[in-house]
Ligand binder design. Sequence first.
Ligand code: ATP
Ligand code: MG
Ligand code: MG
Ligand code: MG
Length: 474
Amino acid sequence: MYQSTAALRTAFLEYFRKNGHQVVDSSSLVPVNDPTLLFTNAGMNQFKDVFLGEDKRNYTRATSSQRCVRAGGKHNDLDNVGYTARHHTFFEMLGNFSFGDYFKREAITFAWNFLTQELNIPKERLCVTIYDTDDEAYDIWTKEIGVPAENLIRIGDNKGAPYASDNFWQMGDTGPCGPCSEIFYDHGEHIWGGRPGTPEEDGDRFIEIWNIVFMQYNRQSNGDMLALPKPSVDTGMGIERIAAIMQGVHSNYEIDIFQALIKKTAEILAVTDLENKSLRVISDHIRSCAFLIADGVMPSNEGRGYVLRRIIRRAVRHGNKLGATDSFFYKLVPTLIEVMGDAAKGLVETQAIVVKSLKAEEEQFARTLERGLGILDSALNALSGNVLDGETAFKLYDTYGFPVDLTADVCREREITVDEAGFELAMSEQRKRAQAAGQFDTDYNESLKIDEETEFSGYIDLVSNSKITAIYKE
Ligand code: ATP
Ligand code: MG
Ligand code: MG
Ligand code: MG
């Protein structure tokens, strides 16, 4: 039962609806009224003001399946794609929320019952983490739910500051915060990785499926933690990870949605090895790119548009690696619509513009891609160490339209890194020259800030064509 990802989505929302939750549509990937956020990256984003008490709804329990993008900004999983079994740039986060309604006991019980009764996942495969000092959660898990103590892991502060822990969530430096409890699934000892809290936890054996956040304090600017009068709950579960479990596979890329996209790409590009890593990357990137455009982001040289451009160019580069001789990326959109079911609504309405934008962007980049790759290849062949100089990376960026992360992506396949400081230097020298010549009209650093910042702030949507003209002036 609930084999397909679409059926799982419905089952989740229906379970929480039956338990008194209002089913709320996913919000846009472009956060509404929140300039601190690059892209929507969690189900709770659209409820931020409700949690802060600044917005009131006519319900106190909600559930949603939220489209999320984690590429750039605080949560950046772009470089994990193709390397882990569980990370995507775009994914759907299933969530249930309590706005001052139920708290720990109900939140834990809902999650556990959904997994073990509704989905029939064997209890022995699950382990749970809690925040070190959260004895209340410990007692609920062990005494009420019956999770054996050896499957319950306390995670403390590990980042050198109080409350800096994977199991302590905070909205910002001040405001609502609290401990969390995460549920992990053991895919079996044939897969490398250790339990959470061990040095091998970054492996793909124990995969985190569900994060349950207990908002119970209001942190003051002096660091005091005041108890919230009405504690709240925010949870998030990646649908692709739970779909992998239900479909009896290990990697998210083996689930129905990704297999359809991988097969389609392989068919278009006449690739026979379906395990090829580039197929995975492309099947990931088409989702973020198509949904970002559907939500109104257009490829550009700044802010959100530049993140989109970078992802498209990475996908096109992987297509080239697989032997693409013509535009292919946009051809995946109909398959994407088919496999995303209810979640594809916005994409259906905007399909024409999505296809057109992807095609135009690919054609534009294709003009310089081959030559740029040739230059990069020669530079890598001539390299004595394992670091590519910043000058070459900058030339690829400036003349051939290679975002530096794309160059780094190519280099990583040959275990080479890019001298990013050298790249920055070449960039600032170029800027000085442009300023001196009086031609300067775009900030060469603007497009890179996203990589450097831990939190995105101050998005300015300047649509500038001047630099792209410069890139293609050859
Ligand atoms: P991980 O430690 O695996 O990177 P996370 O702790 O960063 O995950 P949360 O911020 O807790 O993830 O998000 C809640 C849930 O969303 C996770 O438990 C996971 O199921 C899912 N999730 C998070 N990031 C991704 C991603 N990049 N791709 C797919 N699913 C994700
Ligand atoms: Mg993460
Ligand atoms: Mg985690
Ligand atoms: Mg987590």
